[in-house]
Design a protein around this ligand. Structure first.
Ligand code: ATP
Ligand code: MG
Length: 309
């Protein structure tokens, strides 16, 4: 990890007593709970590279911190958009939450800054991009790949639930892969905002738990449900309750209209795990701990969490 002099001085300006974390030059800045380092970063600190993608609120670019040469992804969000949806305060709060999450399977938010029109998020760069693209390219994933990703997700979610954070918006588009093929959950803490967006922008309902579809109270178990949906989608290439219309998807989720097609061939153990997660009564869903101990995971998941694609 290169550490330039500017980086060092930024560090010194930061809270020197905070714990060091090797490999994360922005750790100091992001862990601050004061306004002291506000404005520490600006666009001048970065060389902007190729665009990596386009989201609903802005664009993401490859970028390099000038002094340290550290490669990051810079997400640019237009303030106008944030104002339009009235989510400024919430965004701020959620960025605070995300920047305090440190887990190998959660995309790091190193820090953020803004100018007149835009907010810039300094994110860990996920070299291999969206898991979704891998899924589209291969149609479906192997049991080893699927189990590895589900185990990584269960691990990351257990960490989040411990910190009282529920994601609620886990879907393949929000799952990125780093250069080793390790899964990274992106857009953490964007959940409430994403839901608002979903209602206003007609996004997919495929990943919503029945209690969310029915607008009932919900808890951490919504994320466990989503693991069942993803496990199915990894193995079969399509989410289980996909339908022509939103109304039909709604109905299929509410009725747990779950079928396992004959092809591709999927093991009985994998189906067992899916069936134990896609349970209407949220308290009856398999716990994250039990997912990690499930025979299919134990047998198939790569313990290093990396996958050759
Ligand atoms: P939103 O985050 O607003 O819900 P989104 O997920 O569609 O929307 P972004 O998060 O802005 O969009 O990202 C757009 C695309 O840019 C992603 O789908 C991904 O391909 C790419 N991308 C985003 N962040 C990174 C990153 N850290 N590393 C590599 N690629 C990224
Ligand atoms: Mg995203």
């Amino acid at each position: 990890m290169p550490r330039g002099s500017q980086m060092e001085s930024k560090r010194r300006r930061g809270e020197a007593e905070e714990e060091e974390e090797e490999g994360y030059p922005w750790k100091k800045q992001t862990t601050t709970r004061t306004q002291r380092k506000k404005g520490d970063w600006s666009l001048k600190d970065f060389e902007i590279g190729k665009p990596l993608g386009k989201g609903k609120f802005g664009r993401v670019y490859l970028a390099r911190e000038v002094q340290s040469k550290y490669i990051v992804a810079l997400k640019v969000i237009f303030k106008k958009q944030i104002e339009k949806y009235g989510i400024g305060h919430q965004l701020r709060r959620e960025l605070e939450i995300q920047s305090n999450l440190g887990h190998p399977n959660i995309l790091r938010l190193f820090g953020w800054f803004h100018d007149e029109e835009r907010i810039f998020l300094i994110l860990e760069y996920a070299h291999r991009g969206e898991l979704y693209k891998l899924l589209r390219r291969n149609n479906f994933l192997s049991e080893t790949q699927s189990a590895t990703y589900i185990a990584s997700l269960a691990n990351a979610l257990a960490y989040c639930h411990q910190k009282h954070v529920i994601h609620r918006d886990i879907k393949p588009e929000n799952l990125l892969l780093d250069h080793q093929g390790q899964l990274k959950i992106a857009d953490f803490g964007w959940s409430v905002q994403s839901e608002k967006k979903r209602r206003t922008m007609c996004g997919t309902l495929d990943y919503l738990a029945p209690e969310l579809v029915e607008q009932r109270t919900y808890d951490y178990a919504v994320d466990n449900w989503t693991l069942g949906i993803l496990c199915y989608e990894f193995l079969y290439g399509v989410p289980p309750f996909e339908a022509e219309s939103q109304a039909d998807t709604f109905r299929r989720i509410k009725e747990i209209d779950l079928n396992f097609p004959p092809a591709p061939l999927v093991s009985a153990e994998a189906k067992d795990l899916i069936t134990k997660l896609l349970v209407k009564e949220s308290s009856q869903r398999l716990s994250l701990q039990k997912i990690m101990e499930h025979p299919w995971i134990v047998k198939n998941a790569d313990p290093t969490g990396t996958c050759k694609n």
